[in-house]
Design a binder for this molecule. Structure first.
Ligand code: NAP
Ligand code: ZN
Length: 350
């Protein structure tokens, strides 16, 4: 069926209204009317072709919350009227070791199918994301939302920003008694602060922007280090068990590696268009520190994160926009002017 959507036809073209095709509901499918869709920096990287592998037309959006309108004959867990979420993936091979462990994002069989810009296994061509009115997704990639219905716009960002920060915090066993640094206070970073604090860690935000200090403390950070302040960075050396780096641009990683204790780990989740400068290996070797990466999170863990956030009363701090404000939102996002996630009210898409 035809669906109204918003996307762009080339890297140098703005996003505009367009029409896309959604498949008919198959036996294991869930059809969803999209209520809200968060705006991830990955949407911007992709739409603007910054990672160099975008298929056009590009309809971004992988922080989807909506209402079920129909389910296939074999679907038992979801019913018409349920509030559900869809994150960054809509398919994977299902049989490789990663898929069997519900780490579908690391699927080695076929690779996971992205909610947008992936290979559409049903209609051919490529997948279209949540900047649209309606989507059909296999039940295995649909999440249950337990948050209050009046908070749904602020729940949408959990589907990517939430899981991308929750997953490494869990994997590296962050908890009480630990000092955790969050680098970059944007969509991912602000969720990282909230989740790490809810896990019981002492949280410090690293940001170049002094005007984000008050916000960081309100979000749950215990401390803020202004990363342009060389003396403050020097004073932070050897203090952190774990650092989650969410910055969307090339960065000098060395001051952050030096901020780790012996055996500490810094995990990169930001995917800048141009690479970071290679760090000084001495900063790793002389304190047995680790530099790692992490990609979103599996379906099972995404459900666990949603339930954790529901239990702890966590949602994103958002600015709701109309669909036709997306190009301005991208301009602001590119300037780190986001507090702290744009969410599109899909009712604004005619
Ligand atoms: P965002 O909301 O734009 O936040 C990024 C933050 O990085 C900014 O708020 C800013 O915080 C900092 N920054 C510093 N220099 C910047 C620059 N030149 N341009 C932009 N930001 C800059 O982005 P996001 O949605 O949190 O995403 C962050 C990165 O993670 C992106 O690269 C995105 O593609 C990636 N991502 C990765 C995964 C994964 O699975 N690994 C999942 C989702 C997104 P300060 O002002 O505090 O410096
Ligand atoms: Zn994302």
């Amino acid at each position: 069926m035809h669906t109204h959507a918003y996307g762009n036809h080339a890297a140098d073209r703005p996003l505009e209204a367009l029409t896309i095709e959604r498949r008919e509901v198959g036996p294991t499918d869930v059809a969803i009317d999209i209520l809200f869709c968060g705006v991830c920096h990955s949407d911007l990287h992709t739409a603007l072709g910054e990672w160099g592998r975008t298929k056009y037309p590009c309809v971004p959006g992988h922080e989807i919350v909506g209402r079920v309108t129909a389910v296939g004959g074999e679907v038992e867990q979801f019913h018409e009227g349920d509030i559900v979420g869809v994150g960054c993936m809509v398919d994977s091979c299902g049989v490789c070791p990663s898929c069997r462990e519900s780490e579908e994002q690391y699927c080695t069989g076929t690779g996971f199918v992205g909610t947008y810009n992936g290979d559409d296994r049903h209609l051919g061509g490529h997948t279209f994301g949540g900047y649209s009115k309606h989507v059909v997704v296999d039940q295995a990639f649909v999440l249950r939302i337990r948050h209050d219905e009046k908070n749904l716009a602020a729940v949408a960002p959990l589907l990517c920003a939430g899981i991308t920060t929750y997953s490494p915090l869990r994997h590296w066993k962050v908890g009480p008694g630990q000092d955790v640094g969050i680098v970059g206070l944007g969509g991912l970073g602000h969720m990282g602060v909230k989740i790490a604090a809810a896990m019981g860690a002492r949280v410090t935000v690293f940001t170049p922007s002094p005007d984000k200090r008050e916000d960081a403390l309100k979000l749950g950070a215990n401390d803020v280090i202004i990363s342009r302040d060389a003396e403050a960075m020097k004073a932070a050396e050897g203090k952190f068990d774990f650092i989650l780096n969410t910055v969307a641009a090339p960065l000098d990683l060395d001051p952050y590696l030096r901020a780790l204790k012996r055996d500490g780990t810094m995990v990169l989740v930001g995917v800048p268009a141009d690479p970071h400068k290679s760090p000084d290996v001495g900063n790793l070797i002389f304190r047995r520190r680790s530099l790692a990466g992490s990609l979103i999170g599996g379906v099972k863990e995404t459900q666990e994160m949603l339930d954790f956030c529901h239990e702890h009363g966590l949602t994103a701090d958002i600015e709701i926009i109309r669909m036709d404000e997306i190009n301005t939102a991208y301009d602001r996002m590119a300037k780190s002017d986001v507090k702290y996630r744009f969410v599109i009210d899909m009712a604004s898409l005619a």
